[in-house]
Design a protein around this ligand. Sequence first.
Ligand code: MG
Length: 361
Amino acid sequence: MAEFLTTIDKRKILHVDLDAFYAQIEMRDQPELRSKPLIIARDPTQNNGHGVVATANYVARQLGIHSAMSAFEAKRLAPNGIFLSPNFPKYKVVSAQIHDIFRRFTTKVEPVAFDEAYLDVTENILSGATLAAEIRHQILKETQLTSSIGVSHNKLLAKLGSEYNKPNGVTVIDHENQLQFLDYLPISAFRGVGKKTKEKFDELGIENGLDLRQMSQETLKTEFGKMGERLYWQARGVHFGAVEWQRQRQSIGKEETFDHALHDNNAVQIEFKKLVSSLIMSLKRQKLIGRTLNIKIRDDQFNTITRAITQDAPWQLNEATLVMASQATFEDNIGTEFSVRLLGVSMSNLQSATFEEMSLF
Ligand SMILES: [Mg+2]
């Protein structure tokens, strides 16, 4: 065990996170909003008090408003606040721009959300701090948006680092300063410490990382189960999880071979509907969305054509939209007389769907 602990983790990991992403985009596009409390949520007065805050600018945050709070409560805290409904198509375009910037620095990018990713830059000869500065510079130059970055040797510390100096900051956590950093961290900042766990720690008199580190592995296990085990290692800055840049498959698709060749557009459309609906189910199950729709057509002479339609923003997982695009591609590429043996639809350029996008499904 001792040897395990003294192994020096030589990786260079960044966690990049845009600051109040949706709100920042809206303020960029309407600078007069900068000085006002801006809440990205549907106005509860026009929505029977329903709705949840997606994000809020820092003016609103100073009034106690935070994401996941009910829009009604936000309205109570900021009666004169500006409520804007989220404009996901706009945010998706900016998100694609940002993720393109990440990929200039490494192929090892693990997207976490629209505005957030882990980057493994170990193979880059520049230091993590230099790369963080350059990434922040390029994001600002190309999107006029600020970001925060944590630089360290593992994902845990990189994430804690990006949160620590938010907004518009960089935190570098290395082997020399990691324990000092963790010791001062309030217990609620550790991964997985929610309201209930925090209450339990309050009862135990555990306030920060130093207190946590002084708890034995056994006590933590007894009190918190598996979570306790993870917290034991978190307090020591140990985390071996890899940046999962290859986690996603290259594409997800469905295809069907027909015993009896299809000869008319109607039959083709019916098959596209089946394929698209099953494709949408697979994507939803894996919480994925994609920017490229691929259509494959094979005739009874085994001639195969494939066509790809790539958009700037991911395709909406809407059956009618995807069937229409597939059918139009088919008709553009195949004459009026045909004998089709196989049809396929697939989605590539995949990314994980965030919570907000899931609600669009
Ligand atoms: Mg963010």
